[in-house]
Design a protein around this ligand. Structure first.
Ligand SMILES: [Zn+2]
Length: 412
């Protein structure tokens, strides 16, 4: 039997303005209809036996997508984390709990950008096979990185120091069942000796990675802090630039190159913007900005990303949070909405429709449109007026079934 929801506010995830008093019909796990009350009555005059979910005082949005999370990795200050060296079984249990807590917070899809061993692949499969209720997971598995490179300690069997080793690593990862490839094109902040101000791979090495991953139909996300890593990744044609800090070769400088942003735009490259890290002012966090041609001054990294978007790039917001902390992503989105002075509908778009496109799932999820999977979140209040509603979840639906209601699991 179909299910009907008529929320006071409908934000459909396409970026379109909120609709008042729309109606959504769910049938067999998918969205069967979206329209007004009158259209509903015209299309479905008889609704005998239908289930109806009360949408009074609520906003309906697509299930949120976190396009960059790390489920298996330690969240600092989290005493429940068993440790990266713990038996994989212990990490798997923690990972499952982290995934479920994220879903209860409204995150129905998580793209994990680097995890320990094959742990996450088993968690993903257990959810997909119906053994346990959880979010949709896309897993990169262990990242591709160099000896002693960024994240090298995360259970990576095949470290890759040159083009041939990159190919071997990617081929083995794909064979093991990863959904996409994460490659560390520069060093990273969490392990300072790797030097986040410099590239880890040359343009040619990045090109080999992209060609081989694309041959195997896998998306490539490049971790890029340093400008040189952005240059190499853009020239090589990666699918998404994660972080995209544009850091100069020495600490304290930001080096933006409009021509490279232009090339990224022409290639349709996405920016995976870890929103929490972009909230401090760029001058305080990253340093003095060079290469900016305007308009205005660069206040936040988001201003650089906006310029990239004017040149054709698209960006989605992600958390880059770890473990059980991923569930706090909606709070970070609320903070971003205020700090970056964005419309709540735009914030939602960047973690639903836009994010779905960024992770190559736009045909399946991300918007409330007929034919899409019914991954939906019902929020108390008017989220288009007040973004705070994002943290006040009334119900979470996955594949048309309510899994969490008023903070309690109704399907285990
Ligand atoms: Zn990350």
């Amino acid at each position: 039997m179909p299910t009907l929801i008529c929320p006071d506010v409908l934000v459909d995830g396409t970026g379109a303005a909120a609709r008042r008093h729309g109606c959504v019909v769910i049938d067999d796990g998918r969205i069967a209809f979206v329209g007004t009350r009158q259209e509903l009555d015209a299309v479905f005059p008889k609704r005998h036996g239908w289930e109806e979910i009360d949408g009074t005082g609520a906003s309906l949005i697509p299930g949120l997508i976190d396009g960059h999370a790390h489920l298996t990795i330690e969240n600092k200050d989290d005493e429940s984390y068993p440790g990266t060296d713990a038996p994989r079984e212990a990490i798997a249990l923690y990972t499952l709990q982290a995934a479920r807590e994220a879903m209860a917070a409204g995150l129905t899809t998580l793209a994990d950008c680097g995890s320990i061993g094959d742990v996450l692949l088993y968690v993903r499969d257990a959810i997909d096979q119906g053994a346990v209720v959880g979010p949709r997971i896309l897993a990169a598995g262990p990242s591709v990185t160099t000896t002693a490179g960024h994240g090298h300690y995360l259970g990576i069997e095949e470290l890759a120091d040159n083009a041939d080793q990159i190919k071997i690593a990617i081929r083995k990862l794909v064979f093991r069942g990863v959904d996409f490839i994460k490659i560390m094109a520069t060093g990273g902040a969490s392990d300072p000796p790797t030097n986040r101000y410099r590239e880890q791979y040359s343009e040619e090495e990045m090109r080999v990675a992209v060609e081989d991953a694309h041959r195997l139909r896998k998306r490539v996300v490049a971790h890029v802090n340093a400008t040189q890593g952005i240059v190499n990744s853009v020239r090589a044609g990666v699918d998404a630039l994660a972080h995209c800090n544009w850091l100069g070769p020495e600490e304290g400088s930001v080096v933006y190159i409009p021509e490279v942003a232009q090339e990224a735009g022409e290639k349709g490259i996405f920016v995976d913007l870890n929103v929490f890290a972009t909230l401090p002012r760029i001058a305080d966090r990253d340093g003095e900005v060079f290469g900016w041609e305007g308009p205005g001054q660069v206040e936040h990294r988001f201003d650089l990303i906006r310029d990239m978007e004017r040149r054709g790039c698209k960006s989605y917001f992600s958390s880059d949070h770890m473990g059980r902390n991923i569930a706090t992503f909606p709070k970070a989105l609320v903070a971003a909405c205020h700090t970056l002075k964005l419309d709540p509908v735009e914030v939602i778009f960047r973690v639903t429709g836009r994010a779905a496109e960024g992770i190559w799932l736009q045909d399946e999820i991300g918007t409330i449109e007929a034919g899409k999977a019914a991954d939906l979140v019902l929020l108390n209040g008017d989220v288009a007026e007040s973004i705070e509603a994002l943290c006040d979840v009334r119900a979470v639906m996955r594949g048309g079934r309510t899994v969490v209601q008023d903070g309690k699991w109704v399907r285990l």
